[in-house]
Design a protein around this ligand. Structure first.
Ligand SMILES: [Zn+2]
Length: 74
């Protein structure tokens, strides 16, 4: 199998367009804010691999014990 960097014309997901456009709105105003272009898997697999997030590395969560308190002390 050869990965070709062109959308498949017979793709059932994107209908040959190579991706799907999603309109999204501003979460605050609810108005149209732009269009998200989601590339389809049928041709963008190579890039998708690059975009895959790195394996989860164990994060060291350090608690910040500053000793300060938000409550006012009198
Ligand atoms: Zn497709």
């Amino acid at each position: 199998m050869v990965l070709v960097d062109t959308p498949r014309r017979d793709c059932t997901e994107c209908d040959g367009d190579g991706g799907t456009a999603h309109d999204y709105g501003d979460p605050e105003t609810g108005e149209y804010a732009g269009t998200d272009w989601e590339p389809c898997n049928c041709w963008n697999q190579a890039r998708r691999w690059v975009l895959l997030p790195l394996p989860h590395l164990p994060r060291r969560r350090q608690r910040q014990c500053t000793g300060y308190s938000d409550e006012p002390s009198f």
